[in-house]
Ligand binder design. Structure first.
Ligand code: C5P
Length: 244
């Protein structure tokens, strides 16, 4: 699926970036977001910030017109995850996610719980965390290749009624081929071509390459939050990807 189509905007309006707001508190977050606009990017709030600030900050950013991805990666019994997704939907978030490892009944219950919400959020499954190695999976009892598990769980997420998955950009081409054009692929681990590297992300891809591989949206934290001019970086990505 093409973000252009989702936005219904002009062809030059592609804005695939979801900025990861990995800040410790609301004051720092709002100071950073003040320079941005919903026309430039979307926003992601994860466990750290949500635990510190709660729904108030999410609602404030939605009121400012931003699409918000609530990245809490739910994993619990079906009823609990379904009710959590319903609460996220009532907050007005655009995307919410859960661990696909919670299984079919958990994902189906979540999809059903938001089905009748007026502005239904899209629900994503998290397959295998990109921090997990083959050795970690072996220790947990999975003896196959990590990629096999990613494919299997992504297919299960789709079959259970979810709208997409969070995956590594390295897996995007394969999952796009497996799961078709209408399944959302949201990819973290994005670095700019001129990035000096040196942080904790290892299997990285540029925005252009990730989109070419089939990603719909790019989750980006530090390349934007630590940039001297975040707006210039976002404009550069939007222009480069609109031209691609
Ligand atoms: O700063 P950076 O661009 O590495 O931030 C990436 C964001 O995406 C962080 O919020 C991180 O928690 C999240 N993420 C990730 N890898 C995953 C899932 C989420 O890096 N597999």
């Amino acid at each position: 699926m093409n973000p252009l189509m989702l936005d219904g905007g002009a062809a030059t309006e592609r804005r695939p970036v979801i900025v990861a707001l990995d800040f410790a508190d609301a004051a720092q977050t709002l100071a950073f977001v003040r320079g941005l606009s919903p026309q430039l990017c979307r926003l992601k709030i994860g466990k750290e910030l949500f635990t510190a600030t709660g729904p108030a900050l999410v609602e404030q950013l939605i009121t400012q017109g931003f699409d918000v991805f609530l990245d809490l990666k739910y994993h619990d019994i079906p009823n609990t995850v379904a009710q959590a997704c319903k609460a996220a939907a009532q907050m007005g978030v655009w995307l919410a996610d859960m661990h696909a490892g919670g299984g079919r009944r958990m994902m189906e219950a979540a999809a059903e719980a938001v089905a009748n919400v007026r502005e239904r959020p899209k629900l994503l499954g998290v397959t295998v965390l990109t921090s997990m190695t083959a050795a970690d999976l072996h220790e947990l009892g999975w003896t196959g290749e990590p990629q096999e598990l990613v494919r299997r769980w992504a297919a299960l997420a789709k079959d259970s009624g979810l709208d997409g998955v969070v995956c590594s950009a390295q897996e995007a081409a394969l999952l796009r081929q497996d799961l078709g054009a209408d399944f959302l692929l949201v990819t973290p681990g994005i670095r700019l071509a001129d990035d000096a590297g040196g942080d904790d992300q290892r299997r990285v891809m540029t925005p252009e390459n990730a989109l070419a591989a089939g990603a719909d949206y790019l989750v980006m934290g530090r390349p934007i939050t630590r940039a001297a001019d975040p707006v210039a970086v976002l404009r550069g990505i939007n222009q480069a990807t609109a031209a691609a």
